[in-house]
Design a protein around this ligand. Sequence first.
Ligand SMILES: [Fe+2]
Length: 288
Amino acid sequence: MSQLQYEELHPEFGASIRGVDVSKPLTPELTKEINAAVDRYSFVCFPDQSMDDDRQLALTRQLGNPEPSHTSVGKTEYFGTIGNVQKDGTVLGSTHKKTIFLTGNNMWHSDASFKPVPAFLSIMCAYETPAEGGVTMFVSLRAAYDRLSPARKAELDPLITIHDYVFSRSKVAPDAVSPEIAASLPPVRQRLVRTNPATGAKNLFLGSHVREIEGMSPAAGRALIDGLTEEAIQPEHIYGHAWQPGDVVLWDNRCLLHAGAAYDADRFRRYMRQTRVSGACSTLEEAA
Ligand SMILES: [Fe+2]
């Protein structure tokens, strides 16, 4: 019998889980239960945890292979900082290039969907959070797929999308991506509809990194993606997570979209650390 207490966060997905200290090594039973919770709820939050980078990396390794950051070419870095506070405790204001670059996260996306093997989990530990703003919004693309008619599902099921990091980041600033990073991240093909291998549940797989759909004009493909996204992100389908220090959140990039919301980087401090667990394979190699 599980010792964990679940509280559902939204009718379509998401749970807050108490009764476990994720800063300590997990038993095989707990690891299994957490993986099952990810498959069922897509978003799980463990509040009031006491973490640091070493504990976060250890947790990441217990859930799979840590994914190296795509913005550090030539060295392996597993952590990204979300927020304006730097490692030395100093703060970057709203006009700093790094702060502006992070506003790319305010478009609806799935983390690292532009990689040949897209990310499975994102793991975020919150240390300092703004008193106002900075909520991260999530929607379930499984629920979005389930709402489609059978005819629409049949039409979308075989489609292949092109995800392109340079395309999505060019909306933040034309020179947001260095030529070196651009060269390391060529566009990749992904399925528009993917299937959870453990449960068989299907979901859409799209977001800001999708440049086009194979077999369609770029404009028509992007219009189809925009329409599906618009249906997915209607207010009643959104769960907005208001981060608290001590939150450890896992979210399943295979079937969720998320988008950051602005906060005043000149008034508030924010320090959150993110790692990711790699996916198993390209979506093209997944069973349909
Ligand atoms: Fe993200």
